[in-house]
Design a binder for this molecule. Structure first.
Ligand code: CAA
Ligand code: NAD
Length: 282
């Protein structure tokens, strides 16, 4: 199926990045958020990143203008009625996501594919909130979206081969590399990454080393571009906690229990870089 008109729900760090790469790849994009300030911030961030790309001579001034012309802010979910493809990047919470998918199912045209950028939640359950489960799929981008090459494509139980193929073709058109993953808690990326981050938090909690030294161990010892605590702050501690809870509940194995220090920070509103404080101050 040819996709041209795209809508991204959620203009936070992931949604804005997803909207940017779609617009840069020639798609007509609506970027939606229920929060006006978040929408404005998302649009401003995209413009800043495009200006930086012009300054670095990676794109031309006219590329930037054309990209911005393909991008329109939206604060009304009803705008989904003109779209071929909708991707959701809102909070990592099943109740909130299923509510939005139920609404999108009633608004979007019959042919439209509904995708989710969820980090860990079951695609099959999100799809069950709609009457088109064969057209619901996981399209999991990595943060920061304009930089990271990977997209995990996750089939729900009823996702059709045609939907899968369309999303894989689209991923290639975005110059990203797709991997096919089955629907299981945390998929592949976060089943592997998040327990490492959680273990780093336990190491801090138990006084094994300071936050800086834990990060240095992984940066200089394992050549990771960021230490795990810096990465947790960058992802968002609320998102890290939600993902650990999905792994814990999904596998029923105590090895996935979220570290109490992570819970404490989230309860305090220390969500990492986006709130100005997490394991570090910003
Ligand atoms: N948005 C867009 N572009 C960004 C960016 C952002 N938030 N942060 C950095 N960049 C760009 C910079 O503009 C820069 O591009 P230029 O060459 O044009 O200057 C480039 O990335 C490199 O940036 P820096 O030189 O400033 O810094 P760096 O070399 O340390 O790289 C990084 C930054 C790419 C973020 C790197 O530290 C890194 O790869 N970190 C790990 C990221 C990672 O693991 N992501 C996965 C998170 S898990 C996930 O996404 C799944 C989930 O469900 C939670
Ligand atoms: P974020 O908190 O930065 O942004 C979420 C945005 O969604 C906010 O601007 C909020 O106003 C908006 N929103 C909430 N409910 C909405 C609704 N009903 N309609 C419209 N907008 C709504 O979050 P994020 O880090 O961008 O994460 C978004 C999703 O992407 C989550 O499912 C997360 O698990 C996933 N994800 C996150 C990362 C990461 O590193 N942060 C990586 C991959 C995937």
């Amino acid at each position: 199926m040819a996709i041209n008109k795209v809508m991204v729900i959620g203009a936070g760090q992931m949604g804005a990045g997803i909207a940017q790469v779609f617009a840069q790849s020639g798609f007509d994009v609506l970027l939606n958020d229920m929060n006006k300030e978040a929408l404005e911030k998302g649009m401003i961030n995209i413009e800043k990143l495009l200006t930086r790309a012009v300054d670095k001579e990676r794109i031309s001034e006219s590329d930037k203008t054309e990209t911005l012309n393909r991008l329109t802010p939206s604060s009304d979910l009803q705008d989904a009625q003109s779209r071929d493809f909708v991707i959701e990047a809102i909070v990592e919470n099943m109740d909130v996501k299923t509510k939005v998918f139920g609404e999108l199912d009633a608004i979007a045209p019959k042919h439209a594919i509904l995708a989710t950028n969820t980090s860990s939640l079951p695609i099959t359950e999100i799809a069950a909130a709609t009457n088109r489960p064969e057209q619901v799929i996981g399209m999991h981008f990595m943060n920061p979206v304009p930089v990271m090459k990977l997209v995990e494509i996750i089939r729900g139980l009823q996702t059709s081969d045609e939907t899968y193929q369309t999303v894989e073709d689209m991923t290639n058109k975005l110059s990203k590399s797709p991997v096919e993953v089955n629907d299981s808690p945390g998929f592949a990326a976060n089943r592997i990454l998040m327990p490492m981050i959680n273990e780093a938090i336990f190491s801090l909690h138990e006084g094994v080393a300071s936050a800086e030294d834990i990060d240095t161990v992984m940066k200089l010892g394992m050549n990771h571009p960021m230490g795990p605590l810096t990465l947790a702050d960058f992802i968002g501690l609320d998102t890290c906690l939600y993902i650990m809870e999905v792994l814990h509940e999904g596998y029923g194995d105590s090895k996935y229990r979220p570290c109490p220090l992570l819970r404490k920070y989230v309860k305090a509103g220390w969500l990492g870089k986006k709130s100005g404080r997490g394991f570090y101050q910003y």
